[in-house]
Design a protein around this ligand. Structure first.
Ligand code: FAD
Length: 384
């Protein structure tokens, strides 16, 4: 089942991950601690700057290289959630930033000196309906003054910069609801305690996610990315990369569960024989393999379109849906095959089971993908 793409990257990532075994992740999970050593190791090895062009100090590779990195992290039993956004959030600056912004930020992001791995979109009252965000940035001379609130903003405490989506014109005053939003780069080092408050949210997984409160936070107008009012479109085109990369993480999770489930089924003896001799145990694993393999092909397809600069929104969404459901099915079967031991922390199954569940909700929930396919692909009437 293994992909042949980027074998040397996969091997190098797998070697690095071997230095961070299950007990490392278990310890962090227990105390909800950020995996600083792991993220530093990935940064030093250059794996988080694969998408940054060489002229800015990155390796200038395509999205497939990044999918290889994240898939291998997840296959090893680790989790890329602590740092995956360092790989792709910079895309907003790369594609829409001014030459000055690129020169100022990208080399630092490539070296890891600047961590740009927070992006603030979701708000408590707007939910998935992003056009209803109400965090507002009011222009005041050469500054923007921001007021509002965000929720589920991951890694905010471990980021030097944040890509923030705000309204700069109220929804009622624009032609299309998606107009009138803008992207600002927020320097977290200056903002925290000066108008920005971060409140961590404890969740069922170790994800360093937070709630943000903006109270007259002042940001230089030169931190506006692209044109005022076009921010929603800038954020949207970064989402395809994000969905493909998250799908690759799900494929890695699926393979982790298949590796562990198959090994356990061969090893565990009950009624005088390996449980894996029973077809009732074999078939769910075989089905999981079929589903993960099919989803992996969809991830490859979406990646190829993305790399060729072709429209890939639908394919990126479909890849994310298939991969998140395949990894969840594999997780459920792997847990079942482990019997009671599936619930024991030391096997890492229950942790990965919790972790892979996220991807049917974030970064976009399954229903919203189905709605996109129904209306944009099948031409069914819009329901909202
Ligand atoms: C751990 C974690 C980390 C996250 N990190 C970030 C981050 O770094 N930055 C960021 O901006 N956001 C982040 N998010 C937010 C995430 O993108 C949202 O949670 C996700 O998009 C779902 O939005 P919501 O929670 O507002 O759900 P809602 O929009 O409230 O939806 C709730 C449920 O209703 C369903 N639903 C809603 N409308 C419809 C409809 N019209 N038809 C059918 N079903 C519908 C949805 O599918 C969903 O199942 C994170 C979330 C989590 C849990």
């Amino acid at each position: 089942m293994d992909h042949v793409s980027h074998p040397e990257i996969r091997e190098a990532v797998a070697r690095l991950c071997a230095r961070f075994p299950g007990e490392y992740w278990r310890g962090l999970d227990r105390d909800r601690v950020y995996p600083t050593e792991f993220v530093n190791a990935l940064t030093e090895a250059g794996f988080l700057s694969v998408l940054i062009p060489e002229e800015y100090g990155g390796s200038g590779l395509g999205l497939g290289a990044a999918t290889a990195v994240l898939e291998e992290i997840h296959r090893s039993g680790g989790n890329g959630g602590a740092c995956h956004a360092q790989i792709y959030t910079m895309g907003c600056v790369l594609r829409h930033g001014s030459p000055e912004q690129k020169a100022r930020y990208l080399p630092g992001i490539a070296s890891g000196k600047i961590r740009l791995q927070a992006f603030g979109v979701t708000e408590p009252t707007a939910g998935t309906d992003t056009t209803r965000i109400s965090t507002f940035a009011r222009r005041d001379g050469d500054r923007y003054i921001i007021n509002g609130q965000k929720i589920w903003i991951s890694r905010a405490e471990h980021s030097d910069l944040m890509v923030l989506l705000v309204r700069t014109t109220p929804r009622e005053e624009v032609k299309r609801p998606s107009d009138g939003m803008s992207v600002l780069l927020v320097d977290m080092r200056e903002a925290v305690g000066n108008g920005l408050t971060i409140r961590p949210i404890r969740t069922m997984i170790n994800h360093a996610t937070t709630e943000l409160f903006f109270d007259d936070l002042s940001v230089p107008a030169e931190n506006l990315v692209g044109e005022e009012g076009r921010g929603f479109h800038y954020i949207l085109d970064g989402m395809n990369a994000e969905r493909i990369l998250i799908a690759a993480e799900c494929i890695g999770d699926g393979k982790f569960f298949l590796d562990r489930g198959s090994a356990y089924a061969k090893d565990r003896k009950v009624f005088g024989r390996a449980i894996g001799e029973n077809q009732g145990v074999q078939f769910p694993l075989a089905r999981a393999h079929v589903q993960v393999s099919a989803a992996a092909l969809m991830v490859d397809h979406a990646t190829a379109l993305f790399e060729a600069d072709q429209p890939c929104g639908t394919e990126a969404n479909m890849a994310k849906l298939l991969a998140s459901e395949a990894s969840w099915y594999a997780a459920d079967q792997c847990l079942q095959i482990h019997g009671g031991f599936g619930f024991a922390e030391e096997y890492d199954i229950e942790r990965k089971f919790r972790e892979t569940r996220l991807y049917q909700v974030a970064p976009i929930s399954t229903n919203l993908i189905l709605s996109h396919v129904a209306t944009h692909v099948l031409g069914l009437p819009k329901s909202f």
